[in-house]
Design a protein around this ligand. Structure first.
Ligand code: ADP
Length: 174
């Protein structure tokens, strides 16, 4: 789906397996360490050098984003962002929006052409999936008006059900 000069797409898959994407986004923890879910998968696939770099950048605050190399991953960069814990970092919507906005701003600053997002905060952090999806779409769509280097935004959904939901949402936009 094309919005201005930006293509937005949704796929079912693993964020560590996006060979054609310049920067993948990590749904990180404040300490930028391994953890479970997306962060665990990314640190495992990237190798221990990643934690060596991130330890100098941690801790980060909800909504903040930082960029590192991608080491053994097929990408050039990893953008680490800390999603809100649902029911704790309030208003959650503001923090989640910042995650998308700040990640995309970092992508622009680094002249990145393609970026892949997982469904930030919808795992361990407990954000209701449908509400989080609304924020993900509206943040990314707002950004398309100001995009320069970014030409492709890919949402990577782990489960078939989550993917179907994004796909339906994407098809309903235009
Ligand atoms: P958070 O702590 O921000 O909630 P999680 O990593 O626990 O982050 O989960 C965020 C979302 O990413 C969940 O919807 C989860 O199903 C999904 N997910 C988990 N592992 C992967 C992966 N390897 N690739 C893509 N998405 C993943």
């Amino acid at each position: 789906m094309k919005f201005g000069n930006v293509k937005i797409e949704a796929i079912q898959g693993d964020i560590t397996n996006q060979n054609d994407i310049t920067a993948i986004v990590n749904a990180a923890n404040a300490q930028l360490q391994m953890g479970g879910g997306v962060a665990g998968a990314i640190h495992t696939a990237a190798g221990k050098e990643l934690a060596e770099e991130t330890k100098f950048l941690a801790p980060i605050n909800p909504g903040q984003a930082v960029i590192t190399g991608a080491y053994k991953l097929p990408n050039k960069y990893i953008i680490h962002t800390l999603g809100p814990v649902y029911g704790f970092n309030q208003p959650e919507e503001t923090f989640l929006r910042k995650c998308y906005k700040n990640s995309l701003a970092l992508a622009e600053e680094n002249n990145i052409d393609s970026i892949a997002f997982p469904a930030i905060s919808t795992g361990a952090f407990g954000y209701p999936f449908e509400q989080a999806t609304e924020i993900a779409f509206s943040s990314v769509l707002d950004f398309t008006n100001e995009a320069k280097s970014v030409k492709l935004i890919r949402f990577v959904l782990f489960s078939e059900k989550d993917f179907q939901y994004y796909q339906k949402k994407l098809n309903s936009i235009k």
